[in-house]
Design a protein around this ligand. Structure first.
Ligand SMILES: *[C@@H]1O[C@H](CO)[C@@H](O)[C@H](O)[C@H]1NC(C)=O
Ligand SMILES: *[C@@H]1O[C@H](CO)[C@@H](O)[C@H](O)[C@H]1NC(C)=O
Ligand SMILES: *[C@@H]1O[C@H](CO)[C@@H](O)[C@H](O)[C@H]1NC(C)=O
Ligand SMILES: *[C@@H]1O[C@H](CO)[C@@H](O)[C@H](O)[C@H]1NC(C)=O
Ligand SMILES: *[C@@H]1O[C@H](CO)[C@@H](O)[C@H](O)[C@H]1NC(C)=O
Ligand SMILES: *[C@@H]1O[C@H](CO)[C@@H](O)[C@H](O)[C@H]1NC(C)=O
Ligand SMILES: *[C@@H]1O[C@H](CO)[C@@H](O)[C@H](O)[C@H]1NC(C)=O
Length: 706
């Protein structure tokens, strides 16, 4: 055999891991080839547009939920965007999703060779759980198990595990060379480009017969270096977005977009005649200026260009990876690759200097009918090696307008922020919808709505209020009783959120090293007059989300790097009747039921919400409460409690001026200490002074994190 002796040690290690993977595949005819592959991680995610109506009319629905959300079209032929697991999850899970709830986005990790701008050998890889902590731009060495294309295995006589077997065919010179190459790379360390150069890469089996191979990790992927992903996270200096947007057209199969270059350009920057920085409201320039507090900028200059329409030529054909594409019939990896090929052909012919200089966001737009309600597919974080950061957009053919907030969402992925999710309760099922947040464009917000607190914090745009210090406060460090804060509306200040660091149960050491930390975020969102900050909240769903206090859970931090979690999660939306803002903390009567979404766990009415920690005895739970609000600020209290009762009458805890059970009533105000049955009622004990708003250093009770 051709196995080289020096690889035996590596081989043995791989074989033990490999056994499990192969058995799991349950197909005895497949011949595995395991290679330690060097490559760069590029993570992609799809985006279904909540604003978008899918081409076929949706089936009749009994009672549509208040969210304007197109249901996922049933049984749509969807050959890919190739996240094998996500796709299987929706088809093998027989419980259909309730109307209005979107399935998870499709995620895919490609391992790419550095290659050059026009050709980067790649493989689609399933790295299992470890994928979560890998970021776009990481250069890894990963033991990957591919399968030989069965036809190739057969042709080369590699199907028998014994050497040769009976009736072995005579191989041509070329077949011999390929057979040798395959045996030679098995259990070795190779770059994808080498596998490509040896002619092996295209002989490995891809998903659904594709040429670009898919592989499963056969062990740990080791990060050798990080490409310094070019995320646009604010870490102290304003940054510029630079983007190239290519409008593609396929007249040969009638896929001619109705969008014009001017319209697209008008989504990025104000129309030329009006070109005043940040003035036109429905532009990415204005949205970034407003929502990032002018930290991330989109200039009307050569940094942002719209090019096209570029004729892609034949409607079907073969990509440079050897895969058949058909723009009219399919929406999957080959079509994405073919769109990129068309762009690169144009760039090479017309602007070759762009290849050398490297650039940031590359948007490719083309109306692909088979993409259905998927509006976009793009990189999560951008590679830092100057290779383009790719985003594909699929406007409908007849669409003449683009909503800046959908492009804002795609740019959000490129920048490295995550979806903003919520959960719905349907009977015994608790379903997470990654796009549920109605006030975050990374959820399902419409035009001119800024990020919710976790994403704004992640992007470096918003920070905790001054009273809390740069990172927020640890729940364990809260003073006993109520800790009170004025939370300005996000529109008013970039120091606008409370961040409460929770116990870190469930966060592994590796996850923590990657920047993960469990925390709650409290923020107040008030729509400004159009087209101001968050103005979209006023019109969304009849304004029912406006002037609310939001509690999100988010496990990532402002590291300046792409998030390693999939989403932040809305936990509660709190409210009290509008002004005046008072220091009165009398417990409010429950709010009247409003037009909320009954199944949404976060949208329940309430003035307060309780975080249930992993250990009540040790850590206690946390109650978050709104006392009052006006149009610019909400007055919010945090209270950690380790007991559900203020105390037995006469207990010390009934005389400590602290609301020990965080029910809003301290000491003798609380019937626990002062049961009404006892008559005559005891004379009021010395009343505690009304707790004042705590200042960062003025508080004498307990320690607060600086
Ligand atoms: C690669 O090596 C593994 C074991 O190390 C073996 O099972 C497999 O058949 C080999 N693949 C080929 C194509 O020879
Ligand atoms: C990029 O790499 C491919 C494959 O190795 C090669 O065919 C092509 O000529 C290269 N292009 C440039 C511009 O170097
Ligand atoms: C961003 O672009 C503006 C306008 O071209 C320029 O003045 C500024 O220096 C750029 N900033 C950075 C960080 O590149
Ligand atoms: C120019 O700006 C004005 C005021 O902001 C607006 O009313 C007008 O529609 C704009 N014109 C164009 C061509 O964008
Ligand atoms: C945060 O991490 C914990 C521990 O793994 C997990 O239980 C929780 O669901 C995560 N929260 C979010 C919003 O991802
Ligand atoms: C809300 O209350 C704060 C604090 O009292 C005050 O500074 C602010 O002006 C009030 N805002 C409005 C719109 O009344
Ligand atoms: C929290 O909300 C519940 C339900 O509306 C209410 O009964 C309770 O008094 C509230 N607690 C505080 C501290 O506001």
């Amino acid at each position: 055999m051709w196995l080289v002796g020096s690889f035996i040690a590596v081989c043995a290690a791989i074989m033990t891991l490999q056994g499990r993977v192969i058995n799991a595949q349950g197909d005895n005819n497949l011949v595995p080839v395991t290679v330690i592959v060097k490559g760069q991680v590029v993570a992609f995610t799809s985006h279904k547009s909540p604003q978008r109506t899918p081409p076929p009319p949706p089936p009749r629905r009994a009672s549509p939920p208040p969210r304007r959300r197109a249901p996922p079209p049933a049984h749509r032929a969807f050959r890919g965007l190739a996240s094998l697991s996500a796709e299987d999850a929706t088809t093998t899970n027989n419980d259909p999703l309730p109307p209005g709830v979107l399935p998870p986005s499709k995620k895919q990790i490609r391992l790419e060779d550095a290659g050059n701008a026009t050709f980067r050998a790649y493989a689609k890889v399933d790295l299992g759980e470890q994928a979560q902590l890998l970021r776009t731009g990481d250069n890894v060495e990963a033991p990957l198990t591919f399968q030989l294309d069965p036809a190739v295995a057969e042709e080369l006589g590699l199907t028998d595990s014994g050497s040769g077997g009976s009736g072995r065919r005579r191989l041509s010179e070329a077949q011999h060379a390929l057979r040798r190459a395959i045996l030679q790379v098995n259990n070795t360390r190779r770059s994808l480009q080498e596998l490509h150069d040896l002619g092996v890469l295209a002989r490995l089996k891809g998903g659904r017969g594709a040429r670009v191979p898919s592989a499963v990790a056969a062990g740990r992927a080791e990060v050798k270096s990080s490409g310094g992903a070019k995320d646009l996270m604010f870490t102290g200096k304003p940054l510029n977005v630079s983007s190239l947007t290519f409008l593609l057209t396929a007249p040969q199969c009638g896929l001619v977009p109705s969008l014009s270059l001017d319209t697209i350009r008008g989504v990025w920057v104000p129309a030329a005649a009006n070109a005043t920085y940040g003035l036109a409201s429905s532009t990415l320039q204005y949205m970034h200026k407003t929502c990032s507090y002018d930290k991330l900028r989109v200039y009307d200059n050569a940094d942002n260009q719209v090019i096209g329409p570029i004729d892609v030529g034949a409607c079907s054909g073969t990509t440079q990876y050897g895969d058949a594409f058909d723009f009219a019939a399919s929406c999957s990896d080959p079509e994405l690759d073919a769109m990129y090929d068309a762009v690169m052909r144009w760039v090479q012919a017309n602007r070759p200097e762009w290849i050398a200089s490297g650039y940031f966001d590359t948007f490719m737009m083309m109306p692909l009918p088979s993409c259905g309600s998927v509006f976009g597919y793009g990189a999560v974080g951008c590679p830092g090696d100057g290779s383009p950061c790719r985003t594909w957009l699929f406007p409908n053919k007849g669409e003449t307008k683009l909503d800046a907030s959908t492009i804002f969402h795609e740019m959000g992925h490129n920048q490295g922020v995550t979806h903003s999710a919520g959960q719905f309760k349907y009977g015994p099922r608790l379903i997470t919808d990654e796009y549920a947040d109605p006030v975050d464009p990374m959820g399902s917000a419409g035009p001119m709505t800024c990020y919710s607190a976790p994403n704004s914090f992640k992007a470096g745009w918003s920070a905790p209020i001054d009273d809390m210090g740069a990172k927020g406060v640890a729940m364990a460090d809260l003073a006993d009783g109520w800790n009170d804060y004025y939370v300005p509306a996000a529109a008013v200040s970039d120091k606008n959120l409370l961040r409460i660091i929770l116990e870190q149960t469930g966060i592994s050491e590796e996850a923590a090293a990657a920047g993960q930390e469990r925390a709650l975020f409290v923020s107040y969102r008030v729509a400004q007059p159009a087209p101001g900050f968050d103005s979209g909240i006023a019109t969304r769903d009849g304004g029912q989300w406006n002037k609310r206090v939001w509690v999100h859970e988010f496990n990532d931090t402002a590291t300046g790097e792409t998030a390693t979690v999939d989403y932040s999660l809305m936990k509660a939306m709190l409210d009290v009747p509008l002004p005046p803002l008072t220091s009165d903390k009398a417990v409010q009567a429950p709010l009247p039921p409003g037009p909320r979404v009954p199944s949404a766990t976060w949208a329940a009415q309430g003035t307060n919400w309780t975080y249930v920690s992993t250990s009540f005895e040790e850590l206690g739970n946390l109650r978050i409460r709104v006392y009052s609000k006006n149009d610019t600020v909400a007055y919010v209290g945090l209270c950690r409690f380790k007991t559900n009762t203020e105390g037995e009458p006469g207990a010390d805890s009934c005389y400590d001026t602290i609301d020990n059970d965080c029910d809003g009533l301290a000491d003798d105000e609380d019937p626990d200490c002062n049961p009404p049955e006892v008559s005559p009622p005891p004379p009021p004990r010395k009343k505690p002074p009304p707790p004042a708003v705590k200042k960062p250093s003025g508080s004498s009770k307990g320690r607060r994190l600086a």
